[in-house]
Design a protein around this ligand. Structure first.
Ligand code: ATP
Ligand code: MG
Length: 156
C-alpha cells in the first residue's frame, strides 16, 4: 500500500484529492479481506478529510458529488466492482460513543467484506479499535499546505 508509514505534504486541495483517488484505486485491487475495508481520517476541522474523500469516491467511479455528511452522519453509495458493492462515507463529528454507532449499524457495516468505508472523526466511535484500520492523520500547516500522516493498520 502506497504511503503507509509515510508523511505526505500537499500544496493544494487538488493534490489531496489525487491522493484519495490513488488510495481508492489501490484498495479495490487488494486481495480478499474478512471484514470491510476501512480508512480512518483524523484531523481538525478544515484539515482536508472531506477533500480526500472526494478524490477517493472519484477513484471508485462515483459520479455523485461528495460533500461532508455531517448532517446525515452516514451516506452510502453503490459501487460497480466485482468485489465491493458499497462505499460508505461516515462523518462521526456529532457522535459520542457506542450508542450512536449502534444506531448506524456500524458493526454490521464494518463486518461486511463487500463494503469500503471512510470515517471522518473515528475517535468518536467506540466500536473502532485504535489502529485497527489504515489511518490518515491530516494536519493544517498553512492555508494551502497539509500533511497527511499514514499509519499502518494493526495486524488483525
Ligand atoms: N492541500 C490541501 N488539502 C486539502 N484541502 C485543502 C488544501 N488546501 C486548501 N484546502 C481547502 O481546505 C478545506 C478543507 O476542507 P475539508 O472539508 O476537506 O476538511 P475536513 O477535514 O473534512 O473538515 P471537517 O472536520 O469540518 O469535516 C477545503 O476548503 C479545501 O479546498
Ligand atoms: Mg469533513
Amino acid at each position: 500500500m502506497a504511503f503507509v508509514n509515510q508523511i505526505i505534504l500537499t500544496k493544494t486541495a487538488k493534490e489531496t484529492e489525487q491522493i484519495g483517488e490513488k488510495i481508492a484505486k489501490e484498495l479495490i485491487k487488494e486481495g480478499l479481506t474478512r471484514t470491510a475495508t476501512c480508512v480512518c481520517l483524523e484531523g481538525n476541522l478544515g484539515a482536508g478529510k472531506t477533500t480526500f474523500a472526494k478524490g477517493f469516491a472519484k477513484g471508485l467511479g462515483i459520479k455523485e458529488i461528495i460533500i461532508s455528511p455531517t448532517f446525515a452522519i452516514l451516506k452510502r453509495f453503490k459501487i460497480q466492482d466485482s468485489r465491493f458493492k458499497n462505499f460508505y462515507h461516515i462523518d462521526a463529528y456529532r457522535l459520542q460513543g457506542g450508542k450512536d454507532a449502534e444506531a448506524l449499524n456500524l458493526k454490521e457495516v464494518l463486518a461486511n467484506p463487500t463494503n469500503l468505508v471512510l470515517i471522518e472523526w473515528p475517535n468518536n466511535l467506540k466500536v473502532l479499535l485504535k489502529g485497527e484500520f489504515l489511518t490518515i492523520n491530516f494536519d493544517f500547516l498553512t492555508e494551502k499546505k497539509r500533511s497527511l500522516n499514514f499509519s499502518k493498520p494493526m495486524v488483525k
